[in-house]
Design a protein around this ligand. Structure first.
Ligand SMILES: NC(=O)c1ccc[n+]([C@@H]2O[C@H](COP(=O)([O-])OP(=O)(O)OC[C@H]3O[C@@H](n4cnc5c(N)ncnc54)[C@H](O)[C@@H]3O)[C@@H](O)[C@H]2O)c1
Length: 296
């Protein structure tokens, strides 16, 4: 495949906006789409303030920052993606909603375009099978926040071609990322290991083993993690963590992945973490661990 010039990112939430930012900062033209106009305006202001922070910390020049902002466009019309060479989906973690989107993208995108998903856990093979181009469907799993985190986990579906893999790896490396490759099993590498740990931290809280602060301090100072598991769950989004646990439980067929009732209860109550201002912890203006979670 020729070098990717223009990408489309679907979903302007915390991940989609970060992915769009990384791509535009590395010279790629980006269209960012969301169904929700408010999400797009929030994405626009968070990307521009993050790029300004990169400039003020001299990580990029002012000219490069200005060019990056010029390369970025926002749209609520998916048809604008017809000229994209590469499309990255970063919408809600629901297989049905993602499949609907892949069916639409398959019709709109040019025949050479690659369709990638940033899913944390959903089967790439099943998403691919909803399209007429399963060889050109792949997982491209960015870590949160994408402008800061170095890793991209690339997931090969059952039919993903070598050309698609090579083009995705080249794009990830062009964005300055380190690539690891996973086969398509629920949770891939990182979430297969991380989410059961977060779920276990919820069980420790649920069964009264310790306070949330002691669980997090224990894992930070006892195992050298930069954030405690409950803090990290708030940062990721408790709804996202719950969806991933359900995918692990169903996909790997083992009840050891059953989500902790306390995690379920928090999500039912709308306590989704930092994005809602309340999760395991409550967040006010100067939020907890703002430093480790900021885009820069
Ligand atoms: N949050 C994390 O730490 C993290 C890390 C890696 C991967 N992911 C994955 O990235 C994806 C997005 O997660 P997020 O945390 O950014 O979620 P989010 O809730 O912050 O954003 C999702 C966005 O998608 C939009 N959306 C929903 N359905 C849509 C549709 N059909 N078309 C267009 N836009 C639509 C919503 O309006 C919202 O703005 C999920 O698949 C998640 O599993 C999340």
């Amino acid at each position: 495949m020729a070098t990717v010039k223009r990408i489309g990112v679907v979903g302007g939430g915390q991940m989609g906006s970060g992915i769009a930012q990384v791509a535009t900062m590395h010279g790629v033209d980006v269209w960012l789409h969301d169904l929700d106009p408010q999400a797009l305006s929030k994405a626009s202001s968070s990307i521009s303030s993050s790029i300004h922070r990169f400039v003020s910390k001299s990580h990029i020049t002012q000219a490069k920052g200005a060019e990056a902002l010029k390369r970025l466009r926002f749209t609520s019309n998916l048809e604008d993606f017809r000229l994209a060479d590469f499309i990255i989906e970063a919408i809600v973690e629901s297989e049905d909603v993602k499949k609907d989107l892949f069916v639409k993208l398959d019709k709109i995108a040019k025949s050479s375009a690659i369709l990638a998903s940033n899913t944390s856990s959903i089967s790439i093979t099943r998403l691919a099978s909803s399209t007429s181009r399963p060889r050109q469907v792949i997982g491209m799993h960015f870590m949160n926040p994408p402008p800061v985190m170095k890793l991209i986990e690339i997931v090969r579906g059952a039919d993903t071609s070598e050309e698609t893999f090579a083009a995705t790896k080249a794009l990830a490396e062009r964005m300055g990322k380190v690539v690891i490759t996973s086969q398509d099993y629920s949770g891939f590498i990182v979430n297969r290991i991380l989410m059961p740990m977060i779920n276990e931290a919820f069980f420790a809280l649920y069964t009264g083993v310790a306070t949330k602060e002691d669980i997090d301090t224990g894992m930070k100072l006892g195992t050298n993690h930069p954030m405690g598991p409950l803090e990290l769950a708030d940062f990721i989004g408790l709804d996202v963590c719950l969806s991933i646990m359900r995918v692990l439980q169903a996909g790997l067929g083992d009840n050891k992945y059953a989500p902790c009732p306390l995690l379920v209860k928090y999500v039912d109550a709308g306590r989704l973490g930092r994005k809602r201002g309340v999760g395991v912890y409550e967040y006010h203006k100067e939020s907890r661990s703002a430093k480790s979670s900021s885009r820069l």
